[in-house]
Design a protein around this ligand. Structure first.
Ligand code: HEC
Ligand code: HEC
Ligand code: HEC
Ligand code: HEC
Ligand code: HEC
Ligand code: HEC
Ligand code: HEC
Ligand code: HEC
Ligand code: HEC
Ligand code: HEC
Ligand code: HEC
Length: 382
């Protein structure tokens, strides 16, 4: 009903207008009416445009028809169905970036329609502090996995929301704003080959140390084998690095690549204690470092024989060369790597089994003997 009335109104009012192109103030004649609505797909949507908000927006000096281009030549007729606005007719660089990345959001779904503000304005949807809300308007819904909740609980979220640190990482610092692509796309800022650069736009000092480490060297030739920032740290639920829980998690992450070393660690003293959930004992980074990990043969490695006294000495006061002969990765099942340990283990097993077998038989015989003796004394017939 309303629809029919509206249409009648348009035709009536248009017929009363002069036969020149509609001006912005003509548009406001009708669209500053707060009750002007239209039903689309069963839902009533407002056609009200707030003149004051529009005037204050960055596009306040534009004519309506600069965006609603199909109305530029309209003189006496205003179609019911209009073409959608192409922001790219002025911002072609942004439009190209969006279509290159293929992210499905339309410009106005992030920026708004008639209330677009410069990005430095703290009310702008593109202002750093507001970006999470802008992205999460959709990604809360599409959030499988719940990236928004994870980001909020992670260090970057906490630092931004609770501490108000504006240079913490928000969605577009890692994903970009327009050329947004999934991690599987090689050109994505969060792809495996690029994520170190993305993080180091802020954590510059760390990436320089990492590049000199064994992992950084491996990365240069084969990024797919090396751990990148997000192999050890979560992308969204970024853990506080010095947190106990993080140290326990890191053991699993290192072990996912270094399976054998993870296994032998778990079988030895520090690993056993760590396995029970205690972080006081050493985890992988306590002995190997985090971003500066090097092979044992490298003199700068924390586990190079010359450096072990200092490495173990962090926790074991007065540790000396002798103490460091203890092998954190000893594997008594491995005859090749640890022959001493293997044969001592084997000897112990043989000795222990021998002792049990010997005394087992001994006890059995003793029992039979005792039983027979008893029968003799109290046996039947007496
Ligand atoms: C005479 C009053 C009147 C004038 C002048 C007018 N409009 Fe409208 N406009 C309407 C009405 C009524 C509707 C709802 C039509 C319907 O029910 O589909 C509408 C709908 C629209 C829509 C929504 C179309 C859609 O596809 O959903 C846009 C956009 C629009 N007008 C923009 C403008 C612009 C820009 C101008 C100035 C160049 C303008 N209008 C001038 C009355 C007017
Ligand atoms: C910066 C570009 C831009 C300018 C300038 C602009 N609009 Fe729009 N307008 C949009 C976009 C984007 C939409 C969303 C639908 C679409 O894509 O066509 C829209 C939609 C509308 C709608 C439909 C209701 C709605 O909110 O979706 C009306 C009515 C409208 N505009 C009126 C106007 C009027 C009147 C003016 C001038 C005062 C104006 N517009 C100026 C971009 C613009
Ligand atoms: C997914 C949300 C999103 C979409 C979709 C989006 N933008 Fe943006 N845009 C942003 C954010 C966030 C910023 C601010 C940070 C930046 O410049 O990267 C921004 C910045 C801008 C700027 C200012 C750039 C500058 O460097 O000063 C313009 C202009 C712009 N966008 C236009 C567009 C146009 C046109 C489209 C559609 C083709 C579009 N945006 C689509 C989120 C988006
Ligand atoms: C007729 C040309 C034109 C169209 C169409 C247009 N814009 Fe703009 N836009 C401008 C101009 C001019 C500026 C101001 C540029 C400046 O100050 O650097 C601007 C500025 C912006 C800015 C702020 C940039 C900043 O400095 O932070 C954003 C965001 C933006 N436009 C988004 C959009 C969106 C979204 C659309 C479509 C809904 C759109 N524009 C359509 C001309 C246009
Ligand atoms: C510190 C960098 C960083 C920040 C900040 C960040 N992301 Fe991500 N995001 C990533 C990385 C890296 C991936 C790739 C997958 C992975 O490694 O877990 C990703 C993946 C995604 C995915 C794809 C999820 C999937 O597994 O399919 C979405 C959607 C996403 N992020 C949205 C967001 C949103 C929304 C925000 C803001 C609330 C955000 N991201 C903040 C780094 C970040
Ligand atoms: C209008 C809704 C909407 C907004 C706003 C939005 N997105 Fe998306 N985004 C989507 C949809 C829909 C998908 C596709 C989901 C899919 O393919 O499963 C998507 C996909 C993604 C992906 C994953 C791409 C892939 O292929 O795995 C990332 C990353 C992403 N968005 C980041 C962002 C960021 C960052 C922002 C804010 C700057 C943002 N999105 C704002 C709707 C939105
Ligand atoms: C091999 C695993 C690994 C990789 C790869 C890695 N980190 Fe770390 N990172 C750690 C560990 C473990 C810690 C905790 C340090 C500690 O316990 O002394 C840490 C600590 C941090 C800290 C906090 C500094 C501190 O000592 O409190 C930041 C920030 C950080 N990493 C960022 C990054 C960035 C950025 C990258 C990519 C260039 C990266 N990390 C790559 C394991 C890693
Ligand atoms: C826009 C800048 C920015 C980007 C991009 C960024 N970070 Fe951060 N990050 C920060 C800030 C600011 C903090 C909080 C200060 C702090 O605690 O060190 C932080 C904190 C951290 C912490 C916790 C440090 C601690 O003290 O416990 C880790 C770990 C971390 N970031 C890893 C990453 C990783 C991994 C990436 C890439 C996926 C990344 N960051 C991208 C700015 C950034
Ligand atoms: C994504 C897989 C991956 C993760 C996660 C990872 N590494 Fe590595 N690491 C490698 C690769 C590949 C090398 C290169 C040497 C090799 O081929 O074994 C390497 C080399 C090393 C070396 C030197 C050993 C040698 O043979 O040169 C040490 C020590 C080391 N990593 C410790 C760690 C620690 C500690 C962690 C966790 C904080 C960790 N790594 C996490 C893949 C990984
Ligand atoms: C108590 C200190 C300590 C802890 C904890 C520790 N390591 Fe080691 N790691 C060493 C020492 C010492 C060596 C060199 C002797 C050896 O190979 O057994 C070594 C050797 C290695 C090597 C081979 C290095 C090379 O150059 O050949 C890798 C890989 C490794 N560790 C990974 C790990 C991982 C993964 C963890 C955690 C699951 C871990 N380490 C925990 C002290 C430690
Ligand atoms: C992050 C701290 C830390 C580091 C680094 C560390 N340890 Fe330990 N280690 C512990 C703790 C805690 C215990 C348990 C001590 C206790 O219960 O008294 C332990 C126990 C031991 C034990 C068995 C119990 C004992 O005290 O005799 C040996 C052997 C040992 N560590 C050797 C080493 C060697 C060798 C290194 C260097 C390669 C090393 N540790 C590095 C924390 C550490």
């Amino acid at each position: 009903m309303r629809h029919v009335l509206n249409t009648a109104l348009v035709l009536f009012l248009l017929s009363a207008l002069p036969a020149s192109a509609l001006t912005t103030s003509d548009c406001f004649d009708c669209h500053s009416d707060e009750s002007l609505t239209k039903v689309v797909g069963g839902r009533e949507i407002s056609l009200f445009v707030d003149q004051e908000v529009y005037g204050r927006s960055i596009h306040g000096d534009l004519d309506c028809t600069d965006c609603h281009e199909d109305l530029a030549r309209v003189k006496d007729e205003h179609e019911e169905e209009l073409q959608s606005v192409d922001c790219g007719s002025c911002h072609d660089d942004m439009a190209e970036a969006v279509s290159a990345g293929g992210h499905p959001a339309a410009c106005h779904e992030c920026h708004g329609k008639h209330d677009v503000l410069p990005r430095e304005d703290s009310r702008s949807a593109a202002f750093d502090l507001n970006v999470p809300a802008t992205c999460c308007a959709c990604h809360l819904e599409h959030g499988e996995p719940d990236v928004c909740g994870q980001w909020e609980r992670g260090m970057h979220g906490v630092v931004l929301i609770r501490s108000g640190v504006i240079f913490s990482a928000v969605c577009n610092d890692c994903h970009g704003s327009h050329d947004i692509r999934g991690a599987g796309d090689e050109g994505s800022s969060v792809a495996r080959g690029k994520i170190n650069d993305t993080c180091s736009s802020c954590h510059r000092g760390i990436v320089e140390i990492y590049n000199a480490s064994i992992h950084g060297q491996v990365f240069k030739d084969s990024p797919e084998d090396a751990p990148v920032c997000t192999s050890c740290h979560s992308a969204h639920e970024t853990e506080r690095a010095l947190d106990d829980v993080f140290h326990l998690t890191v053991v699993e992450r290192c072990s996912s690549c270094h399976e054998e070393m993870g296994y032998t660690f778990s079988k030895n003293y520090h690993g056993q204690v760590t396995g029970m959930g205690y972080t006081r004992a050493a985890q992988c980074p306590d002995c190997h470092g985090a971003h500066d990990i090097l092979p044992q043969a490298d003199p700068a490695s924390r586990v190079h024989p010359d450096n072990l006294v200092a490495t173990c000495g962090q926790c074991h006061e007065g540790a000396n060369r002798n103490f460091t002969l203890y092998m954190p990765h000893a594997d008594y099942h491995d005859a090749e790597k640890h022959p001493m340990l293997y044969y001592v283990y084997l000897a112990m097993v043989v000795l222990l089994s021998g002792v049990f077998i010997f005394f087992g038989i001994h006890t059995l015989l003793w029992f039979i003997r005792a039983y027979l003796e008893r029968l003799k004394e109290t046996g039947p017939g007496r």
